[in-house]
Design a protein. Sequence first.
Length: 209
Amino acid sequence: MQTKIEKISALSALAINNIQEVSENEVAFLSFREKLSLSNISHSEKMKEWKAARLAIKYALDSISLPYPGFYKDEHGKSHSMDGYGYVSLTHTKGLAAAIFHKDMPVGIDLDFVREKILKLGPKFLDPSEIEFLNNDPLLYTIAWSAKESIYKCQGRKGISLKENILLKPFSIEDKVINGKIRLSDFSDHFYQVKVQVEGEMVLTYTIW
Ligand SMILES: CC(C)(COP(=O)(O)OP(=O)(O)OC[C@H]1O[C@@H](n2cnc3c(N)ncnc32)[C@H](O)[C@@H]1OP(=O)(O)O)[C@@H](O)C(=O)NCCC(=O)NCCS
């Protein structure tokens, strides 16, 4: 897959990057702190993943003509821009890395491939009411998983359970946007809309405003 860059609005963009195609020396844009973090990653595949995700942010920012500010992680693992402007979210899976940026609003993104075994995992991340409308379909399960991960990353705090605290409204394969909310926590009644893109076996979801 070639790098895909999508301008969502004047304030937001996403990019999907092929991890194996990231070249060794494409790191000049990284901040000093990021270069240090990169040099501390010992596993070469992890290093490529990390780099591909940051390059994806760079491509997304380029597409809306914003400079790359550098990013740091908080105690929950969520990345924040070093200049305090804008929000970012990252994901990587099976050779692909993706990132989304929004200038004004928190965002979450997730990329997954459809797997049969997700049906067995269902009761671990789904509420019984969700299991009812997902019809034992691995694609729908993967979309539900991915949408919940995007909401989780958008809210950003550890301790929020996909099963107990994130509830999705019924959706079908035709729906391009899913509605969900956080419940039973200090952050109850935060409502989210999640955009869904399916390409073959690949499921991409991200929060929208
Ligand atoms: C943190 C979590 C969302 C990461 O998801 P993942 O599928 O393992 O990995 P992805 O590649 O999609 O995402 C990784 C990125 O998530 C981001 N991330 C990690 N913690 C985060 C947080 N608290 N908030 C927002 N983003 C976060 C990081 O940027 C990371 O990339 P990086 O390490 O290159 O910086 C996931 O491990 C998690 O905790 N999920 C929810 C908890 C849960 O209920 N799990 C059990 C269900 S059975």
